[in-house]
Write a protein that binds this ligand. Structure first.
Ligand code: NDP
Length: 256
């Protein structure tokens, strides 16, 4: 009998920013599909709490790892920790990201750099760190978390939009470079979701309405669990002929 192509049993996933928000939702989805999942972020206690939730909700093993993706040495330690624990990394989700909203001329160079270090350099270094392992095994799934803001702009988000546009092109360039190694590289481009990243929108009803009104499917924000299905698909054998794709999960925002 053929195995179910969405099944992630025997797979190991590493998710940066997996402690909360969309990263946590994807961690839960992947664990539910059978994967062992390592969740990483700057705060180990939050990662540990999430790993415990994954274990209790799915019965799968989970690992908490402290890692600031703006620190190259910590990225290498994170990858080594997962390999020492489980001996393999099949799926890397580059999800950790920040957004700081201000008028263009008020951004300091330091803030610009902080956004770039987290949103672009972090994923770049994480891909480099898993490269020897995935290339040697001639197998891997890399999922970048881009944004609809990598395709279209909104005011007060110049560094964020620039970083997400770069992630979308990094996805395509790397997909081509690593295709000969059977490593697929795809990006999910989320629309607005109810996470801490959008704390401002949760408090400001006018701003919330402004964003939600741009979502044709229900005039609402996404629920984090609505990103899980695509993450499982892109991590699984079902997507083995897909690489270099930027796929929106945005309730139709980008279709307009
Ligand atoms: P949250 O703010 O809810 O969560 C961000 C996660 O990233 C946390 O786990 C945080 O943990 C971690 N993180 C932040 N900085 C670092 C760092 N330097 N090193 C390691 N981990 C870090 O954000 P979302 O879940 O909403 O966003 C996840 C991704 O989705 C981001 O890339 C974001 O740009 C993207 N996205 C989100 C949208 C939305 O509407 N929510 C829309 C489009 C894209 P800790 O603080 O412990 O480090």
């Amino acid at each position: 009998m053929k195995s179910y192509p969405f099944d992630l049993q025997q797979k190991v996933a590493l998710i940066t920013g997996g402690s909360r928000g969309l990263g946590k939702a994807m961690a839960l989805a992947l664990a539910t599909a059978g994967a062992r999942v390592a969740v990483a972020s700057r705060h180990l206690p939050t990662c540990e709490a999430t790993a415990e939730e994954l274990r209790s909700q799915t019965g799968r093993d989970a690992l908490a790892v402290a890692c600031d993706v703006t620190k190259p040495d910590q990225i290498h330690r994170m990858v080594d920790t997962v390999l020492e624990q489980w001996g393999q990394i099949d799926i890397l989700i580059n999800n950790a990201g920040i957004n700081i909203r201000q008028p263009m001329e008020t951004f300091s160079l330091e803030t610009w750099q902080q956004i770039m270090d987290t949103n672009i350099t972090g994923p770049f270094l994480c891909c480099q760190a898993v490269a020897p392992h995935m290339k040697a095994r001639r197998s891997g799934r890399i999922i970048m978390i881009g944004s609809i803001m990598g395709e279209v702009g909104l005011p007060h988000r110049v560094p964020y939009c620039a970083s997400k546009g770069a992630i979308h092109l990094m996805t395509k360039a790397l997909a081509i470079e690593w295709a000969p190694y059977n490593i697929t590289v795809n990006a999910i481009a989320p629309g607005p979701f109810m996470t801490d990243l959008n704390a401002q929108a949760r408090q400001d009803s006018e701003y919330f309405r402004f964003l939600a009104d741009r979502v044709p499917l229900g005039r609402r924000f996404g629920d984090p669990e609505e990103i899980g299905g695509l993450a499982v698909f892109l991590a699984s054998d079902a997507s083995r002929f897909i690489t270099g794709a930027i796929i929106p999960v945005d309730g139709g925002w980008l279709a307009q």
